[in-house]
Design a protein around this ligand. Structure first.
Ligand SMILES: Cc1ncc(COP(=O)(O)O)c(C=O)c1O
Length: 391
């Protein structure tokens, strides 16, 4: 008999009942160090007092009002995002997938309104992940994601990750946009080097197509800058954000320049819940922390400390690990063992990690993790690796 919850997930037998900062408490009382943050969602850790206050204050006043009316919390969050980024305008969604849908629509509508309706193609890359909607799976294009779900949304082309030469040849008169994650998350924590992102921006400008960045996983302070593309000193035309922006409350956004958004006029897009008062009140509190340069400086310092400890871990377990890679507090441990085995050994050592493609285990701790917690996390990972060696 089919379970009452549609069985699309392979779940670990863990029942967390409470979260406190970087810690998750199981119903049996065990305390796990959480290096997953709900896959890069709980950017300020669990139950951060500022987020709890923002949510509960808002909940006591107004939960929902339609986008038929003004929503001051939405306006405030949009103003903060515009003030801290390349963007001139923001549309709020409930998730990264919905942000992907709008990013694709926006790019196509831009060219349509410019009198170039043939420019509809979106070029994306192997190993990417942009969500599970029809546009999201068509964009990712991997067999695993699309098999059995055809006919696929047309107009997506795929290149190998970092195939810059191929990209130059692939962008043609029908290309609306290039869509890319500055640091691939699900694909195995694969950062695009800064010079390649710079070259990609220049190529899009030369060839006349838009650049869409998917910063759903790597944005919101995760890499030590508010947005990952800042490291390369470039700006996109359109950017997708989600996960960390709500700190655990479902929230996403599309940020765009005035030019790129120019086709999106009244009636061209909408959402019942997107930009609701609860989500945006929390989003404002998240932004007040992660957009603060001192907060980001701390993320970078802690990322350096964690990286150094992980280099030691990898050196100590050459049969388990191949390398450490990533950016800021978005880290991949490339493994020689099956990632699922290391994640499971981590559960036994009371540390939570997340598997990814390319034989990688992801570490996406709360950006608020302390030095002591970092040291403890690496001790627990060391125990997990040792248990695999002993097996
Ligand atoms: C880079 C990227 N884009 C899009 C998504 C989809 O976001 P959501 O699961 O919020 O719909 C994800 C989720 O993992 C992601 O990592």
């Amino acid at each position: 008999m089919i379970p009452s919850v549609l069985p699309t997930y392979s779940r670990a037998p863990l029942h967390f009942v409470k979260g406190e900062g970087s810690w998750l408490v199981e119903e049996d009382g065990r305390r796990f160090l959480d290096l997953g943050s709900g896959i890069a969602v709980n950017a300020l850790g669990h139950a951060h007092p500022a987020l709890v206050k923002a949510l509960t204050d808002q909940a006591q006043n107004l939960w929902h009002v339609s986008n038929l009316y003004e929503i001051p919390q939405q306006q405030a969050l949009a103003d903060k995002l515009v003030a801290s980024s390349f963007a001139d305008t923001v549309f709020f969604t409930n998730s990264g997938t919905e942000a992907c849908e709008l990013a694709v629509k926006m790019a196509r509508k831009y060219w349509y309104e410019k009198g170039q309706p043939e420019k509809t193609d979106i070029i994306a890359f192997s190993g990417s992940f942009h969500g599970r909607s029809s546009a999201g799976i068509a964009a990712a294009g991997s067999e695993k994601m699309v098999k059995g779900f055809g006919p696929l949304l047309p107009g997506f082309k795929h290149l190998e990750w970092r195939d810059m030469a191929g990209l130059e040849a692939a962008i043609d008169d029908n290309t609306a946009a290039v869509l890319i994650e500055p640091v691939q998350g699900e694909g195995g924590i694969r950062p695009l080097p800064d010079d390649e992102l710079k070259a990609l921006r220049a190529l899009c400008d030369d060839k006349g197509c838009l650049l869409i960045l998917d910063e759903v996983q790597c944005g919101m302070g995760r890499t030590g800058r508010l947005f990952a593309h800042e490291w390369a000193g470039i700006t996109p035309d359109i950017m997708m954000v989600a996960k960390g922006i709500g700190g655990g409350f479902p929230l996403g956004a599309v940020l765009a320049t005035e030019e790129a958004a120019s086709g999106m006029t009244v009636g061209t897009h909408g959402s019942t819940y997107g930009g609701n008062p609860l989500g945006c009140a929390v989003g404002c509190a998240v932004m007040d922390h992660v957009a603060d340069p001192e907060f980001l400086a701390e993320v970078n310092r802690k990322a350096g400390f964690l990286r150094q400890k992980l280099e030691g871990l990898v050196a100590a377990h050459p049969e388990v690990f191949e390398e450490v890679r990533g950016s800021g507090l978005m880290i991949g441990l490339k493994c020689k063992v099956a990632p699922a085995d290391l994640v499971k050994a981590g559960y036994n050592a009371l540390v939570i990690t997340v598997p990814a493609a390319d034989n990688v285990v992801r570490l996406l701790p709360a950006l608020t993790i302390s030095d002591d917690e970092i040291a403890e996390a690496v001790t627990r990972l060391d125990l997990a690796a040792a248990s695999l060696e002993a097996a």
